[in-house]
Design a protein around this ligand. Structure first.
Ligand SMILES: Nc1nc2c(c(=O)[nH]1)N(C=O)[C@@H](CNc1ccc(C(=O)N[C@@H](CCC(=O)O)C(=O)O)cc1)CN2
Ligand SMILES: Nc1ncnc2c1ncn2[C@@H]1O[C@H](COP(=O)(O)OP(=O)(O)OP(=O)(O)O)[C@@H](O)[C@H]1O
Length: 234
């Protein structure tokens, strides 16, 4: 009896949520929930790793991140790019730190520094330890005193909340990447995502949403697939 009451209350709450929130808001709420869930999840695993000193049983996220890193390394347009605009991963994004280390060593790494109003610039980073500080939204950002990079940006590894295989991208809703990419139409845009972040159905895009040329994300089983980058089917 009690169980029945519990279930119907849950059902009622769900219906209320559907009535009160527009599908877009509901999507944002789910994205926020996922973001915080991801942060706590990563924290838990980091603590466990420290305690157990083991990397023998990496989580699915770690496996997918390793797959993504391999796929990027093998990707010709990435290999050919003189500079790569990348991102310092948030806990809910693929861990591309090995790529960042390699790019920094090669003198090819650019990371974003954000300003108010949804604007950002890229800065050349040579040392991930010394050149970065924690900026807004807990993202590691270049120190303010470092010079802004004013040269050509041929290739952009782009973070996002959700992508679709046809190149659609939704971010955190502040428009940083849309504004930046609009000003840099020459750049090859490569979305970087966990398999769970890529929708089979095209995302609904607004006129300012800039589509990706490529998506790097494992499609099904990251262990069985050969890492490769998908060309967006736009
Ligand atoms: N790794 C990484 N670096 C990045 C971005 C990104 O998406 N990922 N950005 C891409 O633009 C810029 C920073 N923009 C961000 C904007 C909002 C939030 C954020 O967490 N916002 C909400 C939560 C809402 C949500 O998750 O949708 C908050 O304020 O807590 C994070 C980054 C530049 N650097
Ligand atoms: N090129 C642009 N010029 C002016 N305003 C823009 C441009 N791109 C986006 N915006 C504005 O920025 C806001 C957020 O855009 P959107 O929701 O597409 O961001 P996002 O791509 O999800 O976020 P982010 O790029 O920060 O990860 C919107 O209100 C939009 O009007």
């Amino acid at each position: 009896m009690n169980a029945e009451i519990g279930f119907s209350e849950f059902g009622l709450l769900f219906l209320l949520a559907l009535l009160l929130f527009k599908p877009k808001d509901l999507g944002k709420a789910v994205a926020t929930f996922k973001y915080w869930k991801g942060r706590l999840y990563r924290l838990k695993f980091d603590l466990e790793d420290e305690l157990l000193e083991t990397q023998k049983n990496p989580s699915r996220k770690e496996k997918e991140s390793a797959w993504i890193v391999q796929a990027i390394r093998r990707f010709e347009p990435y290999k050919a790019a003189a500079k790569v605009a990348a991102f310092y991963p948030l806990p809910d994004e693929p861990d591309i730190r090995p790529i960042l280390q390699e790019l920094a060593k090669e003198g090819r790494l650019l990371l974003p520094i954000t300003y108010d109003g949804g604007l950002m610039d890229f800065v050349e980073i040579h040392d991930l330890e010394k050149d970065l500080v924690e900026g807004r939204f807990h993202v590691h950002e270049p120190k303010k005193e470092l010079p802004i990079y004013r040269g050509e940006i041929p290739f952009v590894l782009t973070p996002g909340v959700q992508f679709s295989w046809d190149g659609g991208r939704h971010g955190h809703g502040k428009g940083y990447y849309d504004r930046f990419l609009e000003k840099n139409p020459q750049a090859i845009k490569c979305g970087v995502a966990f398999s769970t972040q890529v929708s089979e159905k095209p995302l609904t895009l607004k006129p300012h949403d800039v589509p990706m040329n490529y998506i790097v994300a494992p499609k099904n089983d990251p262990e069985k697939e050969n890492p490769h980058v998908e060309e967006a089917t736009v």
